[in-house]
Design a protein around this ligand. Structure first.
Ligand code: NAP
Length: 251
């Protein structure tokens, strides 16, 4: 990368898809802020791995569903990097398989707070720093949605699917709102990707079990998602904004 190194914040960057995004961003020359919620060990391990390869990364703890944590996280990025060029709203959760008529209010509130409000709070803070309207030099945001937004995930987690539907609408709306302010906003909709998220929803074998419903006959890798995210952040995607890109093996 020519000129000063760009900086990136990846929420939920310590494991799974987020970690693959952090690794690839570091390889492409970004200085990387690796956000995590509670597992400091995984975040520090990734930072050590990136640093050992000559990259610049640091770990920053924070629940994206907490405004206090989000403000502290962006302050930490300001102190460390001075400015922010890219945000990936990747942090996201699922819950155990359930029908809507079985879902408690606490589950619904947690799902929307982390997946939807978390992404909106982080985007708000990023726009304040990137927008030419606020004296910034522009930037790019990628939101991690899911093909669940279109499939609906009946009998499994309609709440999660609806949270990703909100991410799609948010991506389209925000992209138009800041299009003349130097910021591009896009979303990637992964299909079934081999990460620990499935075990966290009580289905550790989900990728193996579901691969038959994927036209390409396999789950995707976190790296395959990261490749698209880094492309959307790059100048190669300079005319892409408001795009919702399915990376789902045809599903
Ligand atoms: P994962 O393996 O479960 O990793 C989740 C990451 O997010 C971890 O770094 C975790 O930190 C962090 N995190 C969780 N809750 C957080 C919070 N409240 N605030 C900040 N960070 C938080 O998940 P993944 O499979 O990589 O999924 C990443 C994104 O892709 C999610 O938005 C997910 O919905 C989306 N997606 C995944 C798939 C799939 O099949 N895997 C498919 C479609 C979309 P800790 O380590 O501290 O817990």
């Amino acid at each position: 990368m020519s000129g000063a190194a760009k900086s990136i914040l990846v929420t939920g960057g310590s494991r799974g898809i987020g970690a693959a995004i952090c690794r690839l961003a570091a390889e492409r020359g970004y200085r990387v802020a690796v956000n995590y919620a509670s597992n400091a060990g995984a975040a520090e391990e990734l930072v050590a791995e990136i640093t050992a390869k000559g990259g610049d990364a640091f770990a920053v703890k924070g629940d994206v569903g907490s405004e206090t944590d989000v403000l502290a996280m962006f302050s930490a990025v300001d102190s460390r990097f001075g400015s922010l060029d890219a945000l990936v709203n990747n942090a996201g959760i699922v819950d155990v398989k359930a029908r809507v008529d079985e879902m408690a209010l606490s589950r619904l509130e947690r799902m929307m707070r982390v997946n939807v409000i978390g992404s909106m709070l982080c985007a708000r803070e990023a726009v304040k720093r990137m927008s030419t309207r606020h004296g910034g030099k522009g930037g790019a945001i990628v939101n991690i949605s899911s093909v669940a937004a279109v499939l609906g995930s009946p009998g499994e987690y309609v709440d999660y699917a609806a949270s990703k539907g909100a991410i799609d609408s948010f991506t389209v709306g925000l992209s138009k709102e800041v299009a003349l302010e130097g910021i591009r906003v896009n979303a990637v909709r992964p299909g079934i990707v081999d990460t620990e998220i499935h075990a966290s929803g009580g289905q550790p074998d989900r990728v193996e079990r579901m691969k038959g419903v994927v036209p390409m006959g396999r789950g995707g890798t976190a790296e395959e998602i990261a490749n698209t995210v880094l492309w959307l952040l790059s100048n190669e995607a300079s005319y892409a904004t408001g795009a919702l890109v399915n990376i789902s093996g045809g599903r």
